[in-house]
Design a protein. Structure first.
Length: 391
């Protein structure tokens, strides 16, 4: 076996999913073994499962500065986004409701609002600057009397740019007062990519609804949550057993939810130290690639981005081919969102097009997302491999 094959694989696709943390896995295994009852059952096993479920709900609520009854468990970030959109818009007694979203939202938001358009709603797509950041002023300027929901992701899943969520929330409230609207539009944020590194306190952010999930924070797949501020009416998008106060039917995944609670506690505890470590690796990666590879372009703002996100375009190259070549060299990266299938040809990122990248630049986009196990040696290997592929 060659020396290259003996080298460990380098995983640089943490925005797609993260491996389950050791502590999280242990907690899940113990829960699955000992707490196997259905939380809806009234016998002892069911009561124990219900107690475990509510304990995890309380821990997650405390982590984001919410009340336990404001946390609704779902099957992941996509379902939470669907619930935030389809669960709120029908409650407004408006003939043609208006929904505002940024042009760089995740497909699980964009495809929802496309469906709303097909049903007769009006959707405003707000552009972002070349830095990938949406303007709070522009959002406020787009609000109309029939605006019922505004959805802006906290941190972009492709280029990692961080949106000024608290500033946007203030702008929405001020515009509501200025327009003398009877009811303020609801403000939703998809915070799936932000949970590992940013402030998740819903009061400080000023949001009404917030999506987050476990698979992006070293927790299990298939488990997510939606923060729903008290007083907001939410319609179910799934019907059946009436779990989660009738909002989300289906037997709760108690072991997965317990792992979710453990993962989010760990993430918030280590976010500051880990952000500092990853920031150094990220900036080293960016500097090295831009110096060594002619034609390389950094997509998104160089500083207002997640500490683990690096997104390059290589002019005249195909991003998918680069990813395949990297994989053959033992390095896992991606062309963008693992959930994306919304561009016309399936290859061009709607996010890169939204920040003004031309077709050639957008088609050559490659995303690297670092994680807890990433080292400087890993980054150096990735740069060396990229140099060889592009050359």
């Amino acid at each position: 076996m060659s020396r290259e094959k003996l080298k460990k694989r380098i995983y640089l696709d943490h925005a797609a999913t993260t491996p389950i943390g050791k502590r999280v896995l242990l907690v899940m295994q113990k829960t699955a073994k000992d707490i196997f009852g259905n939380p809806s059952s009234i016998h002892k096993e069911g009561v124990l499962a219900k107690r475990e479920l509510e304990s995890a709900r309380k821990e997650i609520a405390e982590t984001i500065g919410a009340q336990p009854d404001e946390v609704v468990f779902t099957g992941g970030g996509t379902e939470s986004n669907n619930l935030a959109i389809f669960g709120t818009v029908p409650h407004w007694d408006i003939g043609c409701p208006n929904v505002i979203v940024s042009a760089i939202e995740h497909p699980s938001v964009l495809e929802c609002v496309w469906e709303l358009e097909r049903r007769g709603a009006e959707v405003t797509y707000l552009p972002v600057g070349s830095d990938g950041v949406v303007s709070a002023k522009n959002i406020a300027g787009a609000i109309k009397e029939n605006t019922v929901l505004i959805s802006v992701m906290y941190a972009n899943n492709e280029i990692g740019t961080i949106q000024p969520i608290a500033e946007i929330a203030k702008a929405i409230r001020l515009k509501t007062v200025n327009l003398k609207l009877k009811t303020r539009p609801l403000f939703h944020t998809d915070a799936c990519q932000a949970t590992n590194y940013l402030d998740m306190n819903v009061a400080r952010l000023g949001v009404d609804l917030m999506t987050f999930n476990a698979s992006k924070i070293y927790g299990p797949k298939g488990v997510g949550a939606l923060y729903v501020k008290r007083g907001i009416k939410l319609s179910p998008v799934m019907w059946g057993g009436g779990q989660e106060k009738g909002i989300r039917s289906g037997t709760e995944n108690v072991a997965g939810i317990r792992g979710f609670a453990e993962a989010i506690k760990i993430a918030q505890k280590m976010k500051e130290k880990e952000s500092v470590r990853l920031l150094k690796l990220r900036d080293h990666f960016i500097k090295d690639v831009l110096q060594k590879i002619p034609g390389a372009v950094l997509n998104g703002d160089s500083s207002r981005r997640l500490p683990n996100n690096v997104n390059f375009s290589f002019f005249g190259c195909d991003g998918e081919e680069i990813v395949i070549q990297l994989d053959a060299r033992g390095i896992a990266a991606s062309t963008g969102s693992a959930c994306a299938n919304i561009s016309h040809d399936g290859k061009v990122s709607h996010v890169l097009l939204a920040i003004g990248a031309g077709q050639d630049i957008a088609r050559g986009g490659v995303r690297f997302t670092l994680g807890r196990e990433t080292t400087k040696e890993d980054i150096n290997r990735a740069v060396k491999a990229l140099f060889g592929i592009i050359k």
